[in-house]
Design a protein around this ligand. Structure first.
Ligand code: APR
Ligand code: ZN
Ligand code: ZN
Length: 361
């Protein structure tokens, strides 16, 4: 039987979000209904509301979530009712060219639920990133559910579903930060801070945090930054070089998404270093570099998509490291809020006051 629950929708471009009754169908083949326990508020939810992703309103927002599987459809064997899971927005297919070539994090045929959740009048909802977890329950593809240690707090586990995984993965998967490396992270919001935490986890010897906001640099220190640079008051490329014996960092992680910070990342790396681009630029942004600089420097330039993560490998591992006290995921939770508080949470996020507000149920 389809069931009715409360969820937060974005009804139209730039309209305030609101709590509505939504209808969740029973899970079909390959699908699962998950009772949501916690879901973080991410910039991408705000971008959906602003019409910046697509115009398929109304959206059911929320995509950084953890909860308990309530029911599963035909043929589902990977999860069962009662399992505690973190939701992911890239359930890999295992069959496309990327998957078959052993690079499933680039899968271009990721799975979502086939059936639609709706409003009471039958209007179909577009779930944010194929998840839609600012709701008491949601319908997903079973492959979007990853089992983790049920002892972890849901508001902590859910964060792995998006921004925190993107940042940690940028360091440990894409950047392959190693023991003793020097790392510079440009932009210390939630994603940059997660890259800092990931670099510490990987054993980086020097972690240089760069931001234009001193408050962010203070938080970055708590996440593991060993040095901080305010790039409003000093040239970040020179500062990073000065802190690395004139060489530049082994790995530079860009977590802003602007031409000037892409450029800084390019020049702040050691000649054989790696630049990891995590910050998402807008379509009109361009980067101009002298070809001789591109040609003349070694190393590599990589973009990182969802931290190049494999949820089945990375989510349980990071939860275990958190539970062992070796990775402080709880530090990313600034506040817990209710379903009705998301509009205010967007405002605080926009003002840079929080790392993550997390809706708890
Ligand atoms: N130089 C350095 N830091 C900057 C600059 C700049 N020119 N401009 C902004 N920043 C800092 C901000 O002060 C803030 O601390 O970058 C940080 C961005 O953080 P958030 O806005 O919280 O964004 P976050 O969620 O961390 O995401 C960062 O990664 O995944 C992508 O889409 C995401 O592009 C976004 C980026
Ligand atoms: Zn695939
Ligand atoms: Zn997100």
């Amino acid at each position: 039987m389809a069931q009715q629950v409360q969820g937060v929708i974005a009804p139209g471009k730039n309209e305030p979000v609101r709590v509505e009754t939504i209808v969740i169908p029973d899970p079909g083949p390959g699908e699962a209904v998950v009772k949501i326990q916690a879901c973080g508020v991410c910039h991408t939810d705000l971008h959906y509301k602003q019409g910046g992703i697509n115009d398929e309103f109304p959206f059911l927002l929320g995509h950084e979530a953890a909860g308990v599987v309530e029911s599963v459809g035909e043929g589902v064997t990977d999860v069962a009712p009662g399992d505690f899971v973190v939701l992911n927005w890239r359930a890999v297919c295992g069959q496309c060219r990327a998957c078959l070539r052993g690079r499933p994090w680039y899968c271009f045929d990721t799975h979502n639920a086939e059936q639609k959740m709706t409003l009471l009048d039958g209007t179909e909802l577009s779930p944010a990133l194929g998840i839609g977890a600012f709701a008491e329950k949601t319908l997903v593809a079973s492959g979007q559910c990853t089992k983790v240690d049920p002892e972890v707090a849901p508001e902590v586990a859910g964060l792995l579903g998006c921004g925190v995984m993107a940042g940690i993965g940028a360091a440990i998967n894409t950047g392959q930060v190693g023991r003793g490396d020097s790392v510079a992270v440009i932009g210390c919001g939630g994603v940059g801070d997660a890259a800092i935490a990931g670099s510490r986890l990987a054993g980086a010897a020097k972690i240089i945090a760069v931001d234009i906001d001193d408050r962010k640099l203070e938080t970055a220190k708590k996440m593991g930054a060993t040095h901080t640079v305010n790039s409003r008051t000093s040239d970040p490329v020179e500062a990073i070089r000065a802190l690395t014996d004139g060489n530049g960092a082994d790995v530079v992680i860009e977590a802003v998404g602007r031409p000037e910070t892409y450029q800084q990342a390019f020049y702040a790396r050691d000649l054989a270093g790696t630049v990891v681009l995590v910050g998402v630029p807008t379509p009109e942004m361009k980067l101009e570099l002298p070809l001789l600089d591109v040609f003349g420097r070694g190393g590599s330039l990589k973009s990182s998509w969802y931290g190049d993560c494999l949820p089945s490998r990375d989510f349980p591992m990071l939860v275990d490291l958190h539970q062992q006290g070796r990775l402080d995921l709880a530090a990313f939770v600034t506040e817990t809020i209710g379903l009705g508080d998301i509009e205010q949470a967007f405002a605080r996020m926009h003002d840079g006051d929080v790392l993550r507000s997390v809706v708890v149920f």
